[in-house]
Design a protein around this ligand. Sequence first.
Ligand code: HEC
Length: 112
Amino acid sequence: MKGDFSMIARVFALGLAIALAGAPAVAQDRAALIAQGQKLFTAQGCYGCHTVGKVGTPIASDLSRVGSKHKEAYLLQWLRDPATQKPTAHMPKIAMTEAEARALAAWLASLR
Ligand code: HEC
């Protein structure tokens, strides 16, 4: 019985160590993803039609608070192809990789 307990204690300690080591890394990855998304706003030409804060062109909607309007999953699907979220969408489908779409969606979702 004593052996069982120390085994459980060891597994628990290991789990705790992994959780403590992993948490800051996850937060850092998330921050990096959001920072990358912000750069893509310029690199992918979004600023040619949208504004965020004082950056961009007010042809289409201002995205400064789009994160409080739409969930990240919606934004990601919007970026893959706007027409799948809204058949009448007047935004062209923009060529980008899945990784770029994820970064942009993470950044947009953070705009509240
Ligand atoms: C050619 C102009 C144009 C470009 C470039 C463009 N958009 Fe759009 N975008 C629009 C228009 C127009 C709408 C409104 C679509 C509708 O609702 O019919 C829109 C809508 C959106 C929406 C939904 C906003 C809401 O309130 O529902 C998001 C999010 C968005 N765009 C993000 C982006 C991102 C990110 C990029 C860059 C990858 C981008 N757009 C590039 C024209 C553009």
